[in-house]
Design a protein around this ligand. Structure first.
Ligand code: NDP
Length: 242
């Protein structure tokens, strides 16, 4: 505890699931945290109220102009953004012959373009030791189910974005990494959902991950001890892709 004292963090998509766990973890480590939400106002308000130094801002990641403005607003309020976590993501599914282009575009707007936009807005306000962390997915290594082509493509794109950005920001001593979770018990992928049986059979550790386990890796990457890790895609999945 205390490793992030004095640091400011922005978590894009922090109202529920993995994002909410990241907000709680960064806050517990001492950071001042602002997070965005879109549909879940009640959950966002409750999370913001649960800890001093945590605030919620409504912003749709699919709206690039609003997202850039929100990041700049948070940077003005904090004076700088030391840690940017891009967690917002949707898992719209459908095989390519069934999926409409609007769902494809929405997947990319939220899962990929938003990460680019948020980074573009935050990076000028980030000093040495800054940390940019994207939440990708281990589907980049193992796509075990049908109907996920657009989602897999989006998560491959965000990992590629992190690799490229790690080069852009290396001289400024800002690191950029992707955390790639395997199945984690959330609304998006409930451990008691219809796909949980076949999913569990693919996880050697025999269970879904918990949001706190993903948040723990994010907190490590956000902190000073991860200073030699950049451009990496770190997979955390109970052995799912091994
Ligand atoms: P949830 O559906 O439980 O939560 C998604 C979060 O993203 C919510 O806080 C939601 O906010 C936010 N969000 C979604 N769309 C938008 C938007 N347009 N603008 C702003 N915020 C948005 O998902 P998880 O917690 O499971 O997933 C979090 C991330 O982890 C995603 O990127 C997902 O792809 C990835 N992931 C998840 C895995 C899993 O098994 N759960 C596995 C691998 C990766 P709100 O409700 O307020 O709109």
């Amino acid at each position: 505890a205390g490793a992030l004292r004095g640091r400011t963090a922005m978590v894009v998509g922090g109202s529920r699931g993995i994002g909410a766990a990241i907000v709680r973890r960064l806050s517990a480590a001492g950071a001042t945290v602002a997070f965005t939400y879109h549909g879940s106002a009640e959950a966002a308000d409750a999370l913001a109220a649960s800890s001093e130094g945590v605030s919620a801002v409504k912003c749709d990641s699919a709206d690039a102009a609003a997202l850039a403005e929100t990041v700049e607003h948070v940077a003005d309020r904090f004076g700088s953004i030391d840690i940017l976590v891009y967690n917002a993501g949707v898992g719209l599914s459908g095989s390519v012959d069934q999926m409409n282009l609007a769902d494809f575009d929405r997947t990319f707007a939220i899962n990929v373009r938003g990460a680019f936009v948020a980074t573009k807005a935050a990076s000028p306000r980030m000093g040495e030791g800054g940390r940019i962390i994207f939440i990708g997915s281990n589907v980049t290594q193992r796509a075990a189910f049908s109907g996920a082509a657009a989602y897999v493509m989006s998560k491959s794109a965000i990992a590629g974005l992190a690799r490229g950005l790690s080069q852009d920001f290396a001289l400024r001593k800002i690191t950029v990494n992707t955390v790639q979770p395997g199945p984690v018990d959330t609304d998006l992928n409930p451990a008691d959902g219809p796909k949980s049986g076949p999913t569990l059979s693919l996880i050697p550790l025999g269970r879904f991950g918990e949001t706190s386990e993903i948040a723990s890796l994010v907190a490590y990457l956000a902190g000073p001890e991860s200073s030699f890790i950049t451009g990496a895609a770190l997979t955390i999945n109970g052995g799912y892709s091994v």
